[in-house]
Write a protein that binds this ligand. Sequence first.
Ligand code: HEC
Ligand code: HEC
Ligand code: HEC
Length: 140
Amino acid sequence: MPLKPMLAAGVGLLVAGLIAFALVNVPPGDAQAEYGDVVINNYSDDAGMRPVVFPHWFHRIRFRCNVCHAELGFEFKAGGNDINMLKIFDGEFCGACHNSEIAWGVENCVLCHTGMPGMRTRVHHSTSDRLVAPPSAKGQ
Ligand code: HEC
Ligand code: HEC
Ligand code: HEC
């Protein structure tokens, strides 16, 4: 085999190998990363509470999407729901389950309000999170 085609074939194999490596080498977390934790901070910071961190994956493996996104009316958007404690005490949103029956009750403030002060509303640890400029680049 002449040298040039051999080199070309070699490079081709190398590229194919790199692609295959990239495909099998996706860290396990990334497959579900679209559904990473959701930080909800429409009101918390302003009210002097830590922002809420909602562990989406933890809930997803326990309930069907429909339970929350149809029956309980949660919009498919981080921060897209107008949630406050009065509604939660009344059994809406998180309060439909966090009522000391289906799950631990609302008196456990610090189990939901776990974010760091100043964390903005977003999907945390998601693929799209990593595609946008890091907070430092945005002057946050
Ligand atoms: C099951 C989860 C959960 C628990 C437990 C919980 N919260 Fe909240 N809370 C939320 C969510 C979700 C919001 C909306 C967050 C936002 O948009 O900033 C919220 C919002 C708030 C707000 C701002 C809106 C408002 O109603 O004034 C305050 C203040 C607040 N919580 C205080 C508390 C206190 C105090 C406790 C404990 C007695 C508590 N929360 C327990 C989930 C929870
Ligand atoms: C226990 C309740 C619950 C279940 C079950 C659940 N979700 Fe969610 N989901 C939420 C909450 C809460 C949010 C954030 C809403 C907010 O910030 O106001 C959310 C947000 C989302 C978002 C928006 C994320 C973004 O990028 O803004 C998507 C998409 C989504 N869910 C898809 C799903 C799918 C698909 C399933 C089922 C496989 C599912 N959810 C199951 C409660 C749930
Ligand atoms: C459809 C029912 C349902 C809804 C709605 C729901 N949760 Fe939960 N949540 C659960 C159950 C069940 C558990 C597990 C309770 C246990 O382990 O005792 C849980 C656990 C949690 C945990 C602890 C996770 C861990 O790692 O142990 C957090 C934090 C939490 N929920 C926050 C929220 C917030 C914030 C909302 C609203 C945005 C919400 N949940 C709405 C059912 C629900």
